[in-house]
Design a protein around this ligand. Sequence first.
Ligand SMILES: [Zn+2]
Length: 358
Amino acid sequence: MKINLSFFFLLAFTVPVFCQKTENLIIVTYDGLRWQEVFTGVDSTLMNSKDYNQHKAQMEKEFWAETPEQRREKLFPFFWKTVAKQGQMHGNRNLGSFVNNANPHWFSYPGYNEIFTGYPDSLVNSNDKIENRHENVLEFIAKQKGFEGKVAAFSSWDVFPYILNEKRSNILVNAGNEDLTQGTINDDIRLLNQLQHEAPKLIDGIRWDFLTYRFAFEYLKANHPRVLYISLDETDDFAHEGRYDFYINAAHETDRRLGELWQYLQTDPFYAGKTTMFFTTDHGRGDADKKTWRDHGSKIPDCSGIWFAAIGPGIQASGESKVKEQFWQKQFAQTFAGLLGFDFKAAHPIAEAVLLKK
Ligand SMILES: [Zn+2]
């Protein structure tokens, strides 16, 4: 009896502690998605602009509401009904929560370099297909015991094999309209490989986000990677084109997909209760009223303002951050390593992690 009882207590007290640990990590980036939409929903100036919105009635019906809190929940239901309740959201500058690029360039390659290397090297200053000389945290994790062959990245933009230095890093980077040929190739993957060449072209070198997401999701179900990065691009593409309607739609669709993925994770014993998701962006954009919202880069004031969110075991459910704080994009790399219990070390300096746990 005594033995049984202590066994019961052992179970009761060890299982919850075990479940508090992050064993798998999923990172998702929305390229150039503004903090303004994440925290205040659809912008009235842009919604009402004939120049930027050709679907005003539809947008108003679907996403407009009186308060910023109502609007953001309509636009990002997964973020605000799930992540903000069970995880954390940072970057609402209206409340004093600041998250910024540390790099001085405020465009994509320097931003993604900062996210994954933890080093905002100002010499990384081009979106060209240049092999990144800095080691990134994904390749560092892929060298750790139990993570070999278990790190994969799927991106809409075809520069990622260079940003993550696929050649050197030895992780799977499926980017642009590249066919997936690694891992389990089932009928779903075969169909996606075919569909992506049949779909109308978006922009040269960029795959539609629904395809990138679906490749990543099917790969996850079939291969169970322990670290998965999904890099989505349409928010930036449509904003540059001045299409606020398409930008909003892309943001909303991604939120829906992430809700679907989070739900799926809770049903798969490999992931349930031990997987953390982390969301962010590579850079901000300009201001709606100043007509700079389409663009970003060092000439656009304030577009280094970004945001991040996280949900998963061990992440305190503190919700939307309402305290004065300053975080930097360079802190994410060490945060990713820390969530999995590692200390990321490379030949370059690495900023300290963001504290997400209790
Ligand atoms: Zn851009």
